[in-house]
Design a protein around this ligand. Structure first.
Ligand SMILES: Cc1cc2nc3c(=O)[nH]c(=O)nc-3n(C[C@H](O)[C@H](O)[C@H](O)COP(=O)(O)O)c2cc1C
Length: 186
């Protein structure tokens, strides 16, 4: 058993231990415009229907595009896109066309108007099903209505934000603890 010596830690920084990742790219479309933002603050809320909650700041151009269109695509990038992921998160669609600027391919989705980012490992087409927490917390709850996932590699090298400019790159995978699960909890 590890034994840790602990110190008081600033509560506004505990996110550094909890941010789940992977960092994703949220693509949107409204009227004749498309856009992309980087997002680390998301959480699975339900298996079925497949619900994901996302914090999208009202300061972001994406906020109004998604609030009005009630759709988006959650795209999962891998580490080879990391520099683009950071740059996309450090500029606004108000000023740049991010698909053109970052040389990413917008592919038509099946059920939503927001485009898939072809270069990402997975793309989840989402519709906004609950906007009740948008005004208070900038929290959007989406239902994933269609998912596109690469057939290989089995374990993509996703990037997970740890705050303060630091990322964790997904690495070791193990099924060592699988036998400890009750089947219905898998
Ligand atoms: C690693 C990383 C994680 C981010 N996570 C979020 C997030 O969870 N929610 C959010 O609103 N903005 C987040 N941002 C900031 C947005 O991506 C950024 O404000 C973006 O430029 C907004 O683009 P837009 O104005 O075109 O919508 C993150 C940025 C980075 C680099």
């Amino acid at each position: 058993m590890p034994h840790y010596t602990k110190t008081d830690f600033p509560v506004d920084n505990v996110r550094r231990f909890l941010e789940p990742g992977p960092v994703v790219l949220v693509s949107s479309a409204h009227r004749d415009e498309t856009n992309i933002m980087t997002m680390g603050w998301h959480m699975v809320v339900e298996f079925q229907p497949s619900l994901i909650s996302c914090v999208i700041s009202s300061a972001n151009h994406s906020f109004e595009m998604i609030r009005k269109s009630r759709q988006c695509v959650i795209n999962v990038p891998t580490v080879d896109l990391a520099a683009k992921v950071v740059k996309i998160g450090n500029c606004s669609g108000r000023d740049v066309d991010k698909f053109a600027e970052f040389d990413l391919t917008a592919k038509a989705a099946v059920q939503v108007r927001a485009p898939l980012i072809e270069e990402c490992y997975a793309n989840f087409e989402c519709v906004l099903v609950d906007a009740s927490q948008v005004n208070k917390y900038n929290v959007f709850i989406f239902e994933v209505v269609q998912a596109h996932v690469a057939t290989a590699p089995k374990y993509p090298k996703t990037i997970h934000y740890r705050g303060d400019g630091e990322f964790m790159i997904s690495g070791e995978n193990t099924r060592r603890y699988r036998k400890l699960f009750r089947p219905e909890m898998l």
